[in-house]
Design a protein around this ligand. Structure first.
Ligand SMILES: C[S@@+](CC[C@H](N)C(=O)[O-])C[C@H]1O[C@@H](n2cnc3c(N)ncnc32)[C@H](O)[C@@H]1O
Length: 246
């Protein structure tokens, strides 16, 4: 029954994967979520900054017990999601019966925070693969004073709309020189991505407490966890999650 309910989402994920020549599947999305979702105690009201295609938040609404999720994204095509993705997401939300539980706001996260009128706060904020577009620099973040202070200012605004003790989860990819040299990863632009420590320094400056940094263990190796979930193996993994508490 749950699988039947998720069918339109599975189809949307497969269509996007085909269109963009990606290897993403719904099972891989579930697998990625399992790296950190267990740390979330309060599933009342989540905010997804840069939600893009929104497949992740649909999955969270369908299968992970989130009662209300707001996704905010200006839909900048060159950053990975276009107005067409926005329209597709609205249709998908309706098809999944999630209308009323998932709301999509088409504006930048910065404008959303400035324009926010209601007092309802969030019990979880997540920013998946969007920070290196929002605070874009080819330098290390701390070497770009303007970008760094803009980011810390944004985090301070974000803190104001979060409940005390709630979580902020950031998913990013390392600025990986090894990968950028390998042919199969060459289409990915690593130049504006940051090592986890760069985001973490700013998060601490803005008053967040870092709970944990979790390395994403590639789906292909999930059955050989022991080989890769160690300091040496983790060097080869590029994706990470930073989980912090307000
Ligand atoms: C690579 S996509 C990631 C989408 C989605 N989170 C995911 O993981 O599939 C980056 C997203 O960040 C969004 N974005 C860029 N600047 C933004 C801003 N200032 N506020 C909110 N979202 C922004 C883009 O429109 C794009 O959808």
């Amino acid at each position: 029954m749950p699988e039947r309910r998720a069918q339109p989402l599975k189809k949307a994920v497969a269509e996007r994967a085909e269109r963009r020549n990606l290897t993403i599947t719904l099972d891989k999305m579930r697998y990625a979520l399992e790296h950190w979702i267990g740390l979330v105690e309060d599933k009342q009201r989540a905010l997804s900054v840069g939600c893009g295609n929104g497949h992740r938040i649909c999955l969270m609404g369908l299968e992970y017990g989130f009662s209300s999720i707001v996704g905010v994204d200006p839909y900048i095509a060159s950053d990975g999601s276009s107005s067409e993705d926005y329209q597709k997401l609205l249709d998908l939300i309706a098809e999944l019966g999630l209308f009323g539980r998932i709301e999509i706001v088409k504006k930048t996260a910065q404008d959303y925070l400035t324009d926010m009128r209601d007092n309802a706060k969030f019990s979880l904020v997540m920013i998946n693969d969007a920070l290196h577009y929002m605070y874009k620099t080819k330098k290390l973040l701390h070497e770009d004073a303007v970008c760094y202070s803009n980011f810390v200012g944004f985090l301070a605004d974000l803190r104001k709309v979060m409940n005390d003790g709630s979580l902020l989860m950031i998913e990013e990819v390392k600025r990986d020189r090894l990968r950028s040299m390998l042919p199969m990863f060459r289409k990915m632009d690593y130049s504006t991505k940051q090592p986890a420590r760069e985001w973490k320094t700013a998060l601490e400056d803005a008053g967040f407490y870092i709970l944990r940094t979790v390395t994403y263990l590639p789906y292909l190796f999930r059955k050989f966890r022991i080989l890769i979930d160690n300091p040496l193996g983790r060097i080869l993994c590029s994706r990470y999650f930073i989980i912090c508490r307000k």
